[in-house]
Structure formats: C-alpha cells, structure tokens
Write a protein that binds this ligand. Structure first.
Ligand code: ZN
Ligand code: FE
Length: 253
C-alpha cells in the first residue's frame, strides 16, 4: 500500500491510502473534495472508503461530493453518527476494520472532540491521528477534559515506537518553536527544527513524524517523564496537571 499526502485548505492534510495492485483506495479526513478528486483521477484510483477521525468541518468537508463521485462508503465513530455527513459504517472503540486485506485498528481518543478516533494501519505501521496528536504538538481541548486527552495520548504511546504519525494539520514549525521555548537547550529539538524548517522552505510536508521522535521531543507526551518534569521545575505536578500546565501555556503562545 502507498500513502499519499494531499494538502487541503490552508494547512490541512488529507491522506489517500492506495492498494497498488487493485488500485482501490481510501481517504482519511477529506477537508475538501477537489484536491482529492484530482489526485484520484490522475492516478486512476477507485475510492472505496472515506474515513473520518472526527466531525470538524475541515475533516469532513469533502465527504458528500466524494461519495457522490465515487460511490464510496463513509466511516466514522458510532457516537458521532449524527454529525458525520453521509456516514454509512459505524465504528466502535478497539474495532479492527479491514481495508483490502490489511487490518486497521480503530481507537476512541476523546479530548479534541468527544468522538475523536484514530486509525492504525498495522501492516503500514502508520497511524492517522487527526487533531489528537500533531507533530510535536497536540490538539486543543474543545469537548474533552485534560484527563481524557492524557488517556487518549497514552493510547497512541502504546503503539510501536517506529509507527509513522500522519496528523491533520501542518502546524509543526510552530509546535517545535513552542517545544524549544519550554524545553530550552535541547539540541535534538534544535536539529529537528532546522531539518523541518528546510523541508517547509522547500514546500515539503513535515509529515510523517515517528512515534519514537514524538516520545523523545513532544512535550505533550512527556507528562510521565519524572526527570523531564524535574528539569522544568514541575516535579510536583501529577500527569494531568503537568499536561494542563503545558496545554494552557501553548493556548497562550
Ligand atoms: Zn478538529
Ligand atoms: Fe482540524
């Protein structure tokens, strides 16, 4: 299978997963239909499924036009069935869905929204995290508690460290700037910033990141790292309070 990055709107990413042999494809979070339709037609792909991570407009905007064009089926979390346009298949937490013989683990990760899910493609060692985990950042809490978001991020952390992270937005440079502001003098962060800054200057996407890099450098995933919390002077804060502190600082960054 091939994974293709389709830039949409201002800073969104939709992703097309293609079975090279059958030319069948699915799309994750089509923000808008036109760039996705153009890509599929150019590559002569048949769009079988539309997968949504959550109900926000910039993740479902292309649903209905794509469904009409390709006669595709739309998948989303069962409890979001009333706010995902055109939904056909209701997914539940920890369900294994199958795409072209490849297992896809679905997990419920509330926090950004109450019905947010991720899609982990096992054979491809790739997870589509929508607006829950970003490269070196995480989503804002619109419908969930800090505790829920911490629990959701823990679920992502349990995936294999080599997992590739495909997130919903190109926010990476700003996220890295914030990480460097908090985690001062971390040379690996600076290296990562320079590397990604070069990509962006050359109009290349920063995605995918890897879970291993995220666990080492993304401060939103380091709520359980005592040594790190000590270095920042936050050793008295428990996991959720530490996460809240960082999330609140980022909201005002
Ligand atoms: Zn969102
Ligand atoms: Fe979004």
């Amino acid at each position: 299978m091939n994974i293709h990055i389709i830039p949409c709107l201002n800073d969104n990413y939709s992703y097309v997963v293609e079975n090279k042999k059958t030319k069948n494809a699915c799309v994750i979070d089509p923000s808008e239909s036109v760039p996705v339709i153009n890509f599929l037609k150019k590559n002569k792909l048949n769009l079988k499924y539309i997968l949504n991570t959550h109900h926000h407009a910039d993740h479902i905007g292309g649903n209905l036009e794509l469904k009409k064009e390709f006669n595709s089926q739309i998948l989303g979390f069962e409890k979001d069935k009333n706010r995902i346009p055109g939904i056909d298949i209701f997914l539940s937490d920890k369900q294994i869905w199958n795409f072209e013989g490849s297992d896809v683990l679905v997990e419920h990760v509330p926090g950004h929204t109450s019905g947010h899910i991720f899609y982990y493609f096992k054979n491809e060692e790739s997870v589509f995290t929508g607006d829950t985990l970003f490269s070196f950042g995480c989503g804002r809490l619109f419908e969930g508690s800090y505790l829920e978001m911490v629990d959701s991020l823990k679920k992502i952390k349990l995936l294999p460290t080599k997992t590739k992270i495909f997130c919903g937005h190109e926010y990476t440079i700003n996220n890295l700037k914030f990480c460097m502001e908090i985690d001062k003098n971390n040379s690996e962060l600076k290296e990562k910033y320079n590397q990604i800054n070069n990509n962006i200057k050359n109009k290349l996407p920063s995605v995918p990141s890897s879970l291993g890099d995220e666990m080492r450098l993304n401060i939103f995933l380091k709520f359980d790292n005592l040594e790190f919390k000590k270095r920042l002077g936050f050793e008295d804060l428990n996991e959720v309070d530490f996460f809240k502190k960082i999330r609140d600082l980022k909201d005002n960054f």
